[in-house]
Ligand binder design. Structure first.
Ligand SMILES: C[S@@+](CC[C@H](N)C(=O)[O-])C[C@H]1O[C@@H](n2cnc3c(N)ncnc32)[C@H](O)[C@@H]1O
Length: 257
């Protein structure tokens, strides 16, 4: 499957982030899911896989409020200027230097306690390979924590409608694929839901910002009038309002007995 280059669409993604309650909902979910695990760890080696520019990582770390002397942070992000920006943004949460990786394969011999990946796994080249790399980079008692939309999510419905217009399957992974890959890799998974709202003034340019974020370079091939019209059912008094949710998956290795 193709990877998605976020560099050309970073402003469109920032628009989505600024007009959705997704990030605060995901942060609250991670707090609920990881609180006990985090308190058990006197020192924590954390990998944020697909951190982007740190717009999510920094408020997440702020909310988790971990003692900076106990936190060892590694960031992985293929868009290099965003990786640099993210490392600057999160530096204040750790007394140790922040490690940066452009690819997970560079995490040789690392053993993380927690690998967190917030809305990234849609876009990896080979999901089974990535989950395998994460398994190798995770210490035996460690956890994986992911936010990822499932096929019922309204944004995913947009993907399905858009790619159907050009007779193509959605070229990205969803929660169902991740759950299957985790099970096959020998993980037990706890699933929960994080509800959020996307709300923005209903103009054609704003609809296009969300579509550019969703479809990246594929947008060039899709007939726009039909795709732009997908927002019509969500237009209320000049505002687009979409209420939907994402899955949260927290995984640990199955016990061997
Ligand atoms: C929707 S953004 C999420 C960014 C951040 N985690 C957040 O929650 O705001 C997806 C991110 O995944 C990154 N990404 C795409 N393919 C990746 C890969 N193979 N490995 C790591 N990150 C990847 C993109 O560059 C982008 O920054």
């Amino acid at each position: 499957m193709p990877e998605k280059d976020f560099a050309p669409i970073e402003n469109d993604y920032a628009f989505f982030m600024a007009h959705a309650t997704e990030a605060e909902s995901d942060i609250a979910a991670y707090q609920r899911e990881l609180n006990g695990f985090l308190r058990e760890h006197p020192s924590l080696r954390l990998l944020d896989f697909g951190c982007g520019n740190g717009d999510f990582s920094a408020p997440l770390l702020n909310a988790l409020n971990l003692p900076p002397e106990t936190l060892h942070l590694t960031l992985c992000e293929p868009v290099t200027h965003q990786l640099t920006q993210a490392a600057e943004r999160v530096a204040r949460f750790s007394q140790h230097s922040v490690e940066t990786l452009e690819h997970l394969s560079a995490a040789q011999d690392q053993q993380f306690d927690l690998i967190l990946s917030n809305h990234v796994l849609y876009y990896v080249h080979d999901l089974v390979h990535t989950i395998g790399e994460m398994r190798r980079a995770l210490q035996p008692e460690g956890k994986l924590a992911f936010a990822i939309a499932n096929s019922d999510n309204t944004i995913i419905e947009f993907w399905k409608a858009g790619f159907a217009l050009i007779d193509q399957p959605v070229p990205y992974y969803m929660s169902e694929d991740v759950q299957q890959a985790l099970a096959e890799a020998g993980f037990d998974v706890q699933k929960s839901e994080a509800k959020f709202q996307l709300r923005f003034p209903d103009t054609e340019e704003n609809r296009m910002k969300i579509l550019r974020f969703c479809f990246g370079h594929h947008l060039e091939a899709i007939p726009l009038p039909q795709l732009v019209g997908q927002f019509d059912p969500y237009s209320q008094d000049g505002t687009i309002v979409i209420d939907t949710y994402s899955d949260h998956l927290v995984a640990e290795r199955k016990s061997e007995n």
